[in-house]
Design a binder for this molecule. Structure first.
Ligand code: ADP
Ligand code: MG
Length: 228
C-alpha cells in the first residue's frame, strides 16, 4: 500500500532549560485509505505525535513526509496551505464558532481560501450535512445543538476541502456511548466512500478494535503496532 504519511526518526524534546523528551525515535508509515487508531495512557505522547503529523508542531529532529513531500522543512505559509488543502482536523473540543450556524461553520475552512462559495461547494456542504445527519439543524446556531450534533458539525467541517487525511484527537472523548458509536460509523463511512486516511487517537477500546490498525504509544515509544 502506498504511504500517505511517513515519519522518520522523530524525536521531540520540550523545554529549553529543563528538557523533557516526549517522543523517542518514532518511525511510522500510514497507508493510503487506512483507518488507524492510536492508543496509550494519558501523557504518553499521542497528541504530540498527531500534532507533528499535522504540521501543527515541529519535531526536534527527524523527517515527516506527507504525500511524499517533506514537510518539516517547509515555511509557515506553505504549511498553512498544505494543511488547509490536504488535512482535516477533529479535536475533542470542537471549537465551532458560536455566532455562526452549523452550515456556516462547515463552510469556514473553504472561506478561509476564497470568500465566495460556488454552487458546487454549497452543495457539497449540504451533502456533508446529510452524511452527518444534520440536515434538520443546518441553520441552527452552533450553540443550539446537542453535543453529538456539534461534534458531527466539526466532522463535516473537517471534510469540506476534501482532505486526503483526517487527524482526530479523541473525537468522541466528550460523547455518550450512543453518540460515540454514531460518530465512529460516520468516520468509517467517509473512509470507505472517499478513500480518506484516518489517524484517530482514542481511549475507547470498542472503537480501537474496529479500526484496521492499532498503534500503542508508551512513554514516547511505539509499544505495539497491530495491523489487522
Ligand atoms: P497524550 O496526548 O498522550 O496525553 P501529550 O502528547 O499531550 O500526551 O503529552 C506528552 C508529554 O509531553 C506530557 O508529559 C506532557 O506534559 C508534555 N507536553 C505536552 N505538550 C507540552 C508543551 N507544550 N510543553 C511542555 N511539555 C509538554
Ligand atoms: Mg492527548
Amino acid at each position: 500500500m502506498a504511504k500517505i504519511v511517513e515519519l522518520k526518526n522523530i524525536n521531540k524534546i520540550y523545554g529549553e532549560k529543563i528538557k523533557t523528551q516526549v517522543l523517542f525515535d518514532i518511525n511510522l508509515g500510514f497507508g493510503e485509505n487506512s483507518f488507524n487508531a492510536i492508543i496509550g495512557e494519558s501523557g504518553s505522547g499521542k497528541s504530540t505525535l498527531l500534532n507533528i503529523v499535522g504540521t501543527l508542531d515541529k519535531p526536534t529532529s527527524g523527517e515527516i513526509y506527507i504525500k511524499n513531500q517533506r514537510t518539516d522543512t517547509l515555511d509557515k505559509n506553505s504549511l498553512a496551505r498544505l494543511r488547509n488543502q490536504t488535512m482535516g482536523f477533529i479535536f475533542q473540543f470542537h471549537y465551532l464558532l458560536p455566532e455562526f450556524t452549523a452550515k456556516e461553520n462547515i463552510l469556514m475552512p473553504y472561506k478561509i481560501q476564497s470568500f465566495k462559495v460556488p454552487k458546487e461547494v454549497d452543495e457539497w456542504a449540504d451533502e456533508l450535512l446529510n452524511l452527518t445527519g444534520l440536515t434538520k439543524v443546518a441553520n441552527n446556531l452552533a450553540t443550539n445543538m446537542s453535543g453529538g450534533q456539534q461534534q458531527r458539525t466539526a466532522i463535516a467541517r473537517a471534510l469540506i476541502n476534501n482532505p486526503k487525511i483526517i487527524l482526530a484527537d479523541e473525537p468522541t472523548g466528550n460523547l455518550d456511548s450512543e453518540s460515540t458509536e454514531n460518530v465512529y460509523k460516520i468516520l468509517r463511512n467517509i473512509n470507505e466512500k472517499y478513500k480518506t486516511t484516518f489517524i484517530v487517537i482514542t481511549h475507547d477500546q470498542r472503537i480501537a478494535e474496529k479500526t484496521d490498525r492499532i498503534i500503542e504509544i508508551k512513554d514516547g515509544r511505539i509499544n505495539m503496532d497491530l495491523k489487522k
